[in-house]
Design a protein around this ligand. Structure first.
Ligand code: CDP
Length: 228
């Protein structure tokens, strides 16, 4: 049985790509929990629903979100339709922190995340994985990076997807989102006391995934020894 690896941290710290690389190398599944909150936000925006806890609570009961593993990474389906591209659009990003602050939305998403991850062999990234979703995860990593680097990475990522924007605008957007995510009442973004901090400011993707993989292998090895 594999372990649970929880990767938390602010926007642009490199969680998703690193999580995918580590999962591939260990033969684990990768779960991008941000995609789930983005899919709820997309549904709310499309239906013109108010971002109140009550309205969002009704919404989450009527939509169906699925995460599928594909050779090009995770695909996100909303009511059976692939919305992997739409959930990255600026309109969704603009509202996602507000929607994610809803306790009803979080309760529904966390329930699903626990169901998917409870058997282990999973790398899950988000904001509250090590604190709320899997407080007993064997490996918890809190990834950070300077705001300049995070904004630059996100701008390049968006350019790669054909979305034109400036680094300055992105810097402002991620700072606003970090502040909303860190100051909300339910499951705020914060470092779990027993997590390891990984500052990725001057690391390459290969280097950061190597570090996490070596931490994971050490834990997996010790676990085997304890079982015997
Ligand atoms: O990729 P990026 O860092 O831009 O964000 P994401 O991981 O796609 O998450 C988008 C938003 O979803 C975050 O800004 C949070 O508001 C919310 N989120 C959350 O509240 N809890 C999680 N476990 C994951 C994401």
């Amino acid at each position: 049985m594999g372990i649970i690896i929880a990767l938390d941290g602010p926007a642009g710290s490199g969680k998703s790509t690193t999580a995918r690389m580590v999962a591939d190398q260990l033969g684990y599944i990768y779960i991008d929990t941000g995609a789930m909150y983005r899919a709820v936000t997309l549904a709310a925006v499309r239906r013109g629903i108010e971002f109140t806890n009550r309205a969002l609570g009704v919404l989450v009961k009527t939509i169906h979100i699925q995460l599928e593993q594909s050779p090009n990474g995770q695909r996100t389906l909303l009511d059976g339709i692939d919305v992997s591209r739409e959930i990255r659009m600026p309109e969704v990003t603009k509202h996602v922190s507000e929607v994610s602050a809803s306790p009803e939305v979080r309760e529904a998403m966390v329930k699903e995340q626990r169901r998917i991850g409870k058997l282990g062999g999973v790398v899950m990234d988000g904001r509250d994985i090590g604190t709320v979703v899997f407080p007993n995860a064997e490996l918890k990593v809190f990834m950070t990076a300077s705001i300049d680097v995070r904004a630059k990475r996100r701008t390049e990522e968006l350019h790669g997807k054909g979305i034109e924007t400036s680094t300055k605008a992105i810097e402002q957007e991620i700072q606003e989102r970090d502040s909303l995510d860190s100051n909300r009442a339910t499951s705020p973004l914060k470092q779990a006391p027993d997590s390891r901090i990984l500052d990725t400011t001057s690391l390459t993707l290969e280097q950061q995934s190597e570090i996490i993989k070596s931490w994971a292998l050490e834990i997996i090895q010790n676990k085997k020894i304890n079982i015997r």
